[in-house]
Design a protein around this ligand. Structure first.
Ligand SMILES: Nc1ncnc2c1ncn2[C@@H]1O[C@H](COP(=O)(O)OP(=O)(O)OP(=O)(O)O)[C@@H](O)[C@H]1O
Ligand SMILES: [Mg+2]
Length: 255
């Protein structure tokens, strides 16, 4: 088995393809306990179960497309997105990613709970490759959008889930990425924040060439923001086509 993830991460990249999965499989090993997991590094005979989180996934997403990833809990949606962002690597198959990816994979993704919201934003900005001046210019916009007031100066461990989502979304969506990945993170926001974040997503999608990969169990949001849907079922691609058909397909398989 071979594995490789190829990132072609420049803004100048004007490839028609944003993301391509070529027979991607991700196998997780489940050990009986942590001791067994540890032993397995020395003793190849330690027993374990295998979970095929992604099973021979192949698809191509073109620049500017908005794609909903649908599927039951544990279907393999987050695993696919984690492979795109490089958080994890495929067991076999190849992945191409063209362009700068900004992802909100979970509420704590990339945030240090001991640092304040503002310190985290500065750190994340540097990791994204922004200069100090660019960060300084970006911060007011992010802070205004997040609307978490004086908590900006408090350690993030003191934040509610909604506050983490607000800051994470405000940051990820302010970066003007080529590829924006949102994994079921808007669900924890209140009504006012949902309204605001959906408007921001519409704004982003109106920009030419931005690609959106959107995981949600809210099928109405999927239909609103995405033209295409991929339905993942037990790690494998079960449907790829127009979002309305994808939603009916998904409803059928979950009945
Ligand atoms: N680090 C891990 N170690 C072992 N198994 C894992 C790991 N991460 C994910 N899995 C397993 O891989 C499968 C796919 O998980 P994944 O998180 O991709 O599902 P999902 O479609 O995002 O589900 P959800 O809708 O609940 O978010 C599940 O069976 C899950 O338990
Ligand atoms: Mg998930």
């Amino acid at each position: 088995m071979s594995s490789s993830t190829r990132f072609i991460g420049t803004r100048a990249s004007r490839s028609i393809v944003a993301v391509r999965f070529n027979h991607v499989t991700k196998v997780y090993r489940l050990f009986r306990n942590d001791r067994q997991r540890f032993l397995s590094t020395f003793a190849p005979r330690v027993k374990y179960d295998e979970v095929y989180a992604n099973n021979d996934l192949s698809f191509t997403i073109r620049r500017g497309e908005s794609v909903a990833f649908l599927g039951h809990n544990g279907a393999g949606k987050s695993t696919a997105l984690k492979i795109i962002t490089g958080v994890t690597t495929p067991t076999s198959g190849t992945v191409e990613v063209h362009g700068r990816v900004s992802a909100l994979l979970d509420l704590s993704s990339g945030f240090d709970p001991q640092l304040t919201g503002k310190e985290n934003l500065i750190l994340r900005g540097r990791l994204w490759g922004l200069t100090d001046t660019e960060i300084k210019n970006l911060l007011p916009e992010v802070i205004e959008f997040a609307e978490i007031g004086k908590y900006m100066g408090q350690p993030m461990r003191t934040y509610s889930n909604g506050m983490k989502a607000r800051l994470g979304f405000a940051f990820a969506s302010s970066l003007r990425p080529d590829i924006l990945i949102l994994d079921e993170v808007l669900a924890v926001g209140d009504r006012e924040f949902s309204r605001k974040s959906l408007a921001r997503m519409q704004e982003i999608m109106a920009q030419d060439g931005v690609t959106l990969l959107f995981v949600t169990h809210a099928l109405a949001s999927a239909e609103k923001f995405c033209k295409r849907a991929l339905v993942i079922n037990h790690g494998a691609l079960a449907f790829d086509g127009p979002v309305a058909k994808g939603v009916s397909f998904y409803k059928k398989i979950t009945q």
